[in-house]
Every structure is written in C-alpha cells, then in structure tokens.
Design a protein around this ligand. Sequence first.
Ligand SMILES: NCc1[nH]cc(CCC(=O)O)c1CC(=O)O
Length: 309
Amino acid sequence: MTDKTVRIATRKSALALWQAEYVKAQLEHFHANIKVELVPMTTKGDIILDTPLAKVGGKGLFVKELEVAMLENRADIAVHSMKDVPVEFPEGLGLEVICPREDPRDAFVSNNIASFEELPHGAVVGTSSLRRQCQIKALRPDLDIRDLRGNVNTRLAKLDNGDYDAIILAAAGLIRLEMPERIKEFIAPEVMLPANGQGAVGIECRTDDNTIKALLAPLECTTTRTRVLAERAMNKALEGGCQVPIGSYAEIEQQHIHLRGLVGAVDGSQIIKDQVSGDVSQAEQLGLQLAEKLLAQGADSILKQVYDQ
Ligand SMILES: NCc1[nH]cc(CCC(=O)O)c1CC(=O)O
C-alpha cells in the first residue's frame, strides 16, 4: 500500500500524545509507504478537569469528540486508554485493535513515604477514582482521601506542591512518560484491583474502512485483547461506566484465564470481591459469570447507591 495517509484523532495530554505517537511509530514500522498525521483535539473530559468526574456523569467524556471526528471523516482512527473507553460504541465505529499492555497495576507515588503500608495515621492521599478510594478506605479508614484531578503532570505537580502525602496513579502512565522513578511501589492487585483495561491502548476506527483495518491488523495483541475482553464484559454486565467503584483484572497463563472482580461502597464500608477462571475461549462468558456472582452478593445495591447520588 502506498501513499495512504492515516489521520489519528488524539487528546492533547502528554499521555494521549505519547499513545498516539506510539501508534504512529508502529504503523510506520509495519508499513513503509504510509503517512501518519496526528489530529489533536480537546474533549469535554479535558475541559471539566476540575469537577469531580463522578459528579459530571455521562460515559465516554474523553472519547466522544474523537468519535465525531472519525464519523465526519476528519480522522481515520482514534487512540484511547482502554480504561476510558465506554463498553458500547456508536453506530459505524468499533474497537479494531488492542495493543500490548503496559503494567496494569496502580502505583504509589510519594516524595517522603516509601510504601502504602508505611503511610502514617491520618495521612493525606490524593485520588479522585472511586475504585481507588473505596479500596483505600476499606484497608485504612484513618487516611484522609482528597480529590486529585488533572493530567499526570498536573497531579504530580500537586503532590510536589505539598498538597498530599502521597497520590495513586496508574503505573502505565508514569512508565510511558518516562518517569518510572516516581513509582515508590507497584500496588499488588490483592491490595488494589486495577480498573478494567488499565495499561492497555485501544484503536477505534470506522467499521466499514477495510483499508485502515488492514493497516491496523499487525498492531493487535491477542493476549491483551482476551484479558481486556473479560474485564470489560464484567463491567458491562454491571452496567459500569469508567467512574464507578469497580475493579477487574484478568491474567492468562497458557490457555487459562483467571479473572478477579470487585465492587465497593464508596466509603469503603463494604467490598465485594470474587473470582472465576476458565479457558481463554470463554473470556466474555467468564466476565458475565463473575458479574453475576458479584450481583448475587449485593453488588447491585451498592451500585444503585452510587448511581442515585
Ligand atoms: N483516568 C485517566 C487515565 N486514563 C488512563 C490512565 C493511565 C494509563 C492507562 O491506564 O493506560 C489514566 C491516568 C491514571 O489513572 O493515573
């Protein structure tokens, strides 16, 4: 294929641009004669970065403008962090590729405390994620959890400014932005279950664009797709958007998939956890099964409280 131009719709945050540049480099690596352009744009999620997201509501705050650009043929593909991508896609668009996953764990970041366990009584911890908040509160009700919004660099600046004793971020973002030394501790999934899709980058395109689909095909990572499929199936069955106290994490060993899930009350007073395992061919069914197990243990009433707020 020669002289085809691929236009990538992307947000303008450092992490979004890194991910778009990564996809650009991959496309150029696999296809000698194509041109790849970035089309940076601002999403609603970027504009309202100062309001707690759970209160803003609505799904897909970080992806809608990118999707409209593809539907209006101003861009051909959009690169997303999988954890920000809603479970349903607009008519005419689909998730074509999931790239190899970066470390999916959450990271403990602090300038003077070595690990989550060493946080002193009453320490101030920054995170706006309901999933992180509920897990932290369940473990350490004494901690003072405060909202922390903004892009990765904004959040780090607020930590450095002394507003918090520690903050929790996705390890993947810090690794990609070449700040691995900021990570004091990778928090084990047993302590803090990650968000569905955390650390994975997905590529969306028009479902009828076969030229683009052929160009994207070599970027796919089957193992990551299977893991993320299981995690997203669980979220979908719980009707969870990206701003809910839900964690899900799949691991694969040989042909075996192990999926863990969690739903928590925002105040940490209740955490429902369970797990399922089976063959990789059953990824989505396992996600559904796990959601049903969680619902049977009371996840429905917890989530209802969250949505009613
Ligand atoms: N919600 C924002 C967001 N979306 C993706 C990442 C990190 C990278 C990833 O998960 O791929 C982050 C930042 C964070 O949670 O610290």
